[in-house]
Design a protein around this ligand. Structure first.
Ligand code: CA
Length: 311
C-alpha cells in the first residue's frame, strides 16, 4: 500500500510535534488525522536491545528520568537511553517540558492519556500506526531515522540491524513499501544497502553546517548509488537571486540531475529566515520554487492544507 498522495508528501516531523509532545502516540495520531503522508520516527536503542522512538540519545529533555532515576546519569550529566532497560523507560512520562509533566498528568489526564505520553518502542508505534491506517481515511507511511549509528556501535549495539529486524517483522521489506529510512551517516546508509542488503528506500540527510562546495554534482550522483532521496536543511536549497527573488540553489539542480527526490527539513517556526514572513510563506516557496517531493513539518495540517490549495 502506498500513501494516498504521491507528490509532494508531508512528513510529520516527530508527529504533529508543533501541537503535542514529540514522538508520543498522541502526536502521531493527530498527524495521521491531519493527513500526513508519512509519520517520522527517530530511533535509538535501550540496554536490552529494544528499538525505541526518541530523538535524543538521552532521555532527560523529554521525560522525567532525572526525577525517577536520579543517580543514573553519566559523567556528562546525560541519562542515556542505552543505559536503561525498556521496562524502566516505559515508566517515564513524556512532556514538551519535563518539569511540567507531573502537573499536566495529575490535573486532567486519565490513565489512558498517560499511556499516550510515554516513550514507545518502534514495534508499539508501528502497530499503532497500522491501526490508524486501518481505521482512518488514508495509509500513512513511516520514516525512521537511525540516530548516531557509530555511537551505538561503540556501545556494542548494531542499531541498523536491530531496526531492519523490526521493520521486516512488520512487513517493510521492499522498495515499494510506504517507508523511507533516513540517516545523516553516509557510510551507514551504504552499509544498509551492501552489508545489510535492504531494499527499502533510503534518504541521505544533509546538515545545515555542510559546506555546499562538497555537495557537487558528482557527490550527488554517488549518493544516488545507495539512496533515493536527500533530506537537506532547507537553508541549503532555498536561496535568493541578485534581485532578491527566491530561487532554488545549485544543489537542487544537482539533486534532480542525480535522479534523487528532495525532502528538505524542518518546516516550523524556529529560526525562520529573515526574508520570509511566516511558515506559510516558507512552505509555499518549498512547493512552488523548490518543487520538493516532500517536506518535514511540525504542523502537518498547515503543510497538507497549503499543498492541497495549490494542487
Ligand atoms: Ca529526525
Amino acid at each position: 500500500m502506498m500513501p494516498n498522495r504521491i507528490s509532494p508528501s508531508v512528513i510529520a516531523h516527530r508527529g504533529a510535534s508543533g501541537y503535542l509532545p514529540e514522538h508520543t502516540l498522541a502526536a502521531k495520531a493527530l498527524a495521521h488525522a491531519q493527513g500526513a503522508d508519512y509519520l517520522e520516527q527517530d530511533v535509538v536503542a535501550t540496554r536490552d536491545g529494544r528499538v525505541i522512538v526518541c530523538h535524543d540519545l538521552y532521555l532527560e529533555r523529554v521525560t522525567d528520568v532525572a526525577a525517577v532515576f536520579p543517580a543514573r546519569n553519566r559523567d556528562d550529566g546525560h541519562y542515556y537511553a542505552i543505559d536503561f532497560d525498556w521496562d524502566e523507560i516505559r515508566e517515564l512520562v513524556v512532556s514538551c517540558d519535563a518539569a511540567a509533566v507531573a502537573a499536566l498528568v495529575d490535573a486532567a489526564a486519565p490513565a489512558a492519556s498517560g499511556e499516550l505520553l510515554r516513550i514507545c518502542t518502534l514495534d508499539e508505534e508501528i502497530e499503532f500506526i497500522h491501526g490508524l491506517n486501518r481505521a482512518g481515511s488514508h495509509v500513512a507511511g513511516i520514516y525512521p531515522e537511525i540516530k548516531e549509528p557509530r555511537w551505538h556501535a561503540e556501545q556494542g549495539c548494531d542499531l541498523s540491524r536491530a531496526l531492519l529486524g523490526v521493520l521486516t517483522d512488520y512487513g517493510y521489506r521492499r522498495a515499494e513499501d510506504p517507508i523511507f529510512v533516513q540517516c545523516v551517516d553516509a557510510d551507514e546508509l551504504r552499509r544498509l544497502k551492501t552489508e545489510l542488503r535492504t531494499d527499502l528506500r533510503l534518504t541521505q540527510l544533509i546538515g545545515r553546517g555542510t559546506d555546499p562546495a562538497h555537495l557537487t554534482r558528482e557527490a550527488l550522483v554517488a549518493v544516488a548509488d545507495y539512496a533515493q532521496a536527500i533530506g537537506p536543511n532547507y537553508r541549503l536549497v532555498l536561496t535568493r537571486d541578485s534581485d532578491g527573488r527566491p530561487i532554488a540553489s545549485p544543489l537542487v539542480h544537482s539533486v534532480r540531475d542525480a535522479g534523487l527526490e528532495l525532502h528538505p527539513y524542518t518546516f516550523n517556526y524556529a529560526q525562520l529566515p529573515e526574508d520570509v514572513a511566516d511558515l506559510e510563506e516558507l512552505l509555499v516557496l518549498a512547493y512552488d520554487v523548490l518543487q520538493v517531493d516532500a517536506v518535514f513539518c511540525d504542523f502537518p495540517d498547515l503543510a497538507v492544507g497549503l499543498r492541497d490549495v495549490g494542487a
